[in-house]
Design a protein around this ligand. Structure first.
Ligand code: NAP
Ligand code: HSE
Length: 436
């Protein structure tokens, strides 16, 4: 016997933010309404879009939905509240108010998660709601859920990748056509890749926040923004990019989170690094992101896709909305935060990698021996040395085998205090070369 279809269930969605990402989320919720209903078992109805400026028309958003009463919208008890405002406040207070009102939350806010994720996860648990944040790292790329779910039975040793679209866009253009830094940044902003304050991108804060989120998931340990060693790309010059190209390398802003060799803890770092042109990360151009995860049983797994932009990021937000809607329909919840391992977060000096060092030296007898002993005395093994130029224009380019970051720092300090070295012109970590 068949029964007549029950009236489809309705779930309400409140959007906090209607900018680059929020407007695309609103568009997709409208355009895909029938498919989303079929996939979740409920119709998703947008009840409001919170913005600052309710007068400015926005593509894809019904003007009647715009409101500047974000506190009221957050606390309205919508089934799902989507936070795409950015920044710490008022985003944090609004998310907490939403959870208190029984709403599950989707956020793309890596800055907030990396600064105070603990408060949000605790509130989600207390109020029995979901907190999903796939869009906070690497835009459209399904990365957090594979780490949290698909690789949950494995032991992750290392996560390494390009997680900031803006800086990758800038570095790619500098490498491809010697583009001017400021022009490319303006283009990245116009394309909607950059954060409201692009300092977050170019100084590495955005990538560091993402590294903290990735490390927390990969190592079941709470890692915060302040735990991440961070260097941006503002000190990378056109000459650095050209020198890297001459040696067969490309410069990338990398995020690396890895278990220390003896598993005493994890080191999490974000910095520019030279990557061999033959490495898959070298081919990641423009605003694309790519992340390698190395796990004991799985080996190396690579995730690749669009890391920034309104529509790609909205795709990840929609995935989270669908997941939560399914939970609401089934009366279930997804997994909460997992921090049982409680590993120490170690200083960057414990990181082990290779280095490129460019020295302006006096071209006279004994200089090479003095330089070599600075490396040897600090336990840093030299892989090769090349002299460029002669006389006053002499440069020594040293590449090392793997060494502790602390040993390389001590070497650089020694070189700086040596008469034979006029200046340390460049120091960069080298990632993606095999061997030791
Ligand atoms: P955006 O274009 O600057 O949009 C922010 C929206 O929030 C705007 O609609 C703005 O209103 C509203 N808003 C911000 N603060 C507000 C306040 N105090 N009161 C009321 N409304 C406020 O930013 P976005 O690029 O969409 O980024 C949003 C979030 O997604 C951020 O956390 C960002 O890190 C994250 N994210 C962005 C991308 C990307 O590629 N853009 C990718 C991944 C994650 P008005 O429009 O009236 O100013
Ligand atoms: N500003 C960020 C980036 C947006 O350029 O990667 C995506 O998180």
């Amino acid at each position: 016997m068949t029964t007549p279809d029950a009236a489809p269930r309705e779930l309400t969605v409140a959007l906090l933010g209607g900018g680059t990402v929020g407007s695309q989320v609103a568009r997709l919720l409208t355009e895909s309404a029938d498919d989303l209903a079929a996939r979740t078992g409920a119709r998703l109805r947008v009840v409001g879009v919170g913005v600052r400026d309710t007068v400015r028309p926005r593509d894809g958003i019904d003007a009647g939905l715009l409101t500047d009463d974000l506190a009221g919208l957050a606390a309205s008890g919508a089934d799902i509240v989507v936070e795409v405002l950015g920044g710490i406040e008022p985003a944090r207070s609004l998310i907490l108010a939403a959870m208190e009102a029984g709403s599950s939350v989707v956020t793309a806010n890596k800055a907030l998660l990396a600064e105070d994720g603990a408060t949000l996860f605790a509130a989600a648990e207390k109020h029995g709601v979901d907190l999903y944040y796939e869009a906070s790292v690497a835009g459209a790329i399904p990365l957090l859920r594979p780490l949290r779910d698909s690789l949950a039975g494995d032991k992750v040793r290392r996560v390494l990748g390009i997680v900031n679209g803006t800086t990758n866009f800038i570095l790619s253009a500098m490498d491809e056509n010697g583009a001017d830094y400021a022009d490319v940044l303006a283009e990245a902003q116009a394309l909607g890749y950059a954060e409201a304050d692009p300092t977050a991108d170019v100084e590495g804060y955005d990538a560091a926040a993402k590294a903290a989120i990735l490390a927390s998931l990969a190592f079941h340990t709470r890692v915060r923004l302040e735990d991440v060693h961070r260097e941006g790309i503002t000190t990378v010059s056109a000459q650095d990019v050209a020198a890297a190209r001459d040696m067969g390398f490309v410069i990338k802003l990398l995020a690396v989170a890895e278990l220390a060799e003896d598993e005493r803890g994890v080191v999490v770092r974000v910095h520019p690094a030279m990557v061999p042109r033959s490495h898959p990360l070298a081919g990641v151009r423009g605003a694309f992101n790519a992340v390698f995860v190395e796990a004991d049983a799985a080996g190396q797994v690579m995730f690749y896709g669009r890391g920034a932009g309104g529509a790609p990021t909205a795709s990840a937000v929609l995935g989270d909305i669908v997941a939560i809607a399914r939970h609401r329909v089934a009366g279930s919840l997804g997994p909460g935060e997992s921090t049982y391992a409680r590993l120490d977060v170690l200083p960057v000096g414990e990181a082990v990698t290779r280095y490129y060092v460019n020295l302006d030296v006096a071209d006279k007898p004994g200089v090479l021996a003095t330089v070599a002993s600075a490396f040897a005395d600090n336990g840093v093994s030299i892989q090769n040395v090349r002299q460029d130029g002669r006389g006053d224009a002499a440069r020594l380019v040293v590449r090392t085998h793997t060494a502790h970051d602390s040993a390389l720092s001590a070497t650089i300090d020694r070189l700086r205090s040596t008469d034979a070295v006029r200046a340390v012109v460049g120091v960069m970590r080298v990632e993606g070369e095999g061997g030791s």
